[in-house]
Design a protein around this ligand. Sequence first.
Ligand SMILES: [Mn+2]
Length: 424
Amino acid sequence: MQIEKYTVDELNHQQAEKHQLRLEGVATDINNLEEVLQKLSVFNIAIPSWALGTGGTRFGRFSGGGEPRSLEEKIEDVGVIHALNKSSNSISLHIPWDIPDNAASIKALATQLGLHFDAVNSNTFQDQKDQKLSYKFGSLHHVDKAVRKQAVEHNIEVIKYGKQLDSKALSVWLSDGSNFPGQLNFRQAFQNTLESLQDIYAALPDDWKVWVEYKPYEPNFYSTTIGDWGQSYLLASKLGAKASTLVDLGHHLQGTNIEQIVSLLLMEGKLAGFHFNDSKYGDDDLTVGSINPYQLFLIFNELIEGMDARGMDHATSIGWMIDASHNVKDPIEDLLQSVQAIKIAYAQALLVDKKALVAAQNNNDVALAQEILQQAYRTDVRSLVAEASLRNGGALDPIGAYRKLNIREHLIKERGLKTVATGL
Ligand SMILES: [Mn+2]
């Protein structure tokens, strides 16, 4: 389904007066208001094709109804999200869950909805039907060269699909690792991974990048071959300029200082991008900003500081994507919440008085440095995010609009109650 713009305009009109008052209230304290609004209005976050359906756990999956039954319907759902928030103008495909059989028509549909294709993601963490060799003991790091070759060829095939859709990056996450001490020779596993990635790297088109993601544990619980940013950075450095490290927020052990990792990767020009989510105990499945919004703000503070130091464009020089599993919420609502949370953290970080912060740091004025950060963090920037959306033709309140327009009910009517999207 597609959203008629006048229906969004009507809802905005009903909320216009309240919104204006809120905006004026916060605007009086902001010196760089227009700059903040401008940056917010061009900031987009990619939606992964696997996030439009209800996710599952090891134990079960409870479909919410009206899930997309095809890649076309997934793209339509991203179109709904983008029509409401005007901040989700791209989709990241997962191969083989979402193979574009007819690239021309898929591209035309996306273009019609104002969307393009972000990074393509390979999958060597599962065995697919009719697959010759198994990934039970890993893929790019496997002891058997034939398995490594099969996994390399899969990645090259993913690049081929991405080229048809004008993607510009291959995102690689490996589940390769070991479950028990002694199972694996760490150096050999790393060398095999490097050699496999070198073969994939050689197949990258000139204007493409490869993003190397890391994760400390799961599905393996003793070692992961690309388990932290050091291992990813080492691989990316050895591969060359087109390779860099992808940070997934949930892929860290508890208490890890992710903002510091981000800062140093940016310094080295090796930060590829982000997978946004949140976690309480482990893994990466909760909605970004739902558990620790202050950490998200601190990460954005370092991102902005580091990108500005290198003259990088906030909106386009890094890949921004959501990577979460929506097990108990309506996936579209969850994705709308995610984008709002990201934009709120970004807006707050844009408000940090950088000159004052640098002065405080140079004076070792620890209390003042904290005050400066928290002054920005404690500002209610929701009306700024709403204003940026409004100026782009989106909804002041995207989730409210989604509910008032009864979109899920429409989707259930159109697709049925018992549909299951491909994905996790
Ligand atoms: Mn991820």
